[in-house]
Design a binder for this molecule. Sequence first.
Ligand code: ZN
Length: 288
Amino acid sequence: MAANSLTRRICAFGNILVIENRLKLPKLGWVKFHKSQDITGKLVNVTVTRTSSGKYIASILCETEIDKYPQVTQNIALDLGIKSYLVTSDGEIVDNPKYYRTQKRKLRSYHKKLSPSQKGSSNRVKAKIKLARTYEQITNLRDDFLHKLSSRLIKENSIICIEDLRVANMVKNQKLALSISDASWSKFVAMLEYKALWHDRILQKVGTFYPSSQTCNHCGFINPLVKDLKLREWSYPGCSNYNLRDKNAALNVLSEGLKILKAAVGAPDAIYACGELVSPEVISARDR
Ligand SMILES: [Zn+2]
């Protein structure tokens, strides 16, 4: 059997064969499986793992040509948060699904059942499986959310600017640790990173030292009061601009990201910002 199949529904490598939703493995023979996505291209290898809830997962690695998204001209910046998952420089608010928090009660009850049960008892095994299954569900739901969101943002935008988050340091803040871990920002940024490479997009990171929340995007005034996380909206008497905290931060990250890019690659003839075509002069004037 040729490594690259004619029908694209059959993938083979050595004595491993995949046809539709059936997988032939050495020693084991044919097994049925649920597909998470279509399998196309040249099969490289298959790894079978067993999860703590007793499910078997076959990870099928294939070499395939990426079907690139069409070129777009829109640029965007993202302000990652906890109250909302993210706010874009366009003002779009993506709710935070907080999958772990919503399942917390369920998890707690399984943990409770687990502690008094005798080691090796069937009740203990059952409780262990239920607990593992809930953790798996949380991971799957979260991964699905992160994949859909990152793909959409990559598809719709040419340049995406984000703050270079130091998640490891932030998790040390006990009060926020659970929410931050639940948000899986690192995983989300990693997805943006590799999807940007696949689809010829640019992911530009901006240093955390940049006061994105405190700076008014309109006049550059730095308002130290915005350090207080409770302050969600603010304006400065000398300026007409009314700032929504997260959108203002995202707009600043966008200006800063484009400025870094411009310095790195030289001034392009024109850069699209906020969906409108602006010249580099306008951008530098805005940055001042
Ligand atoms: Zn201002």
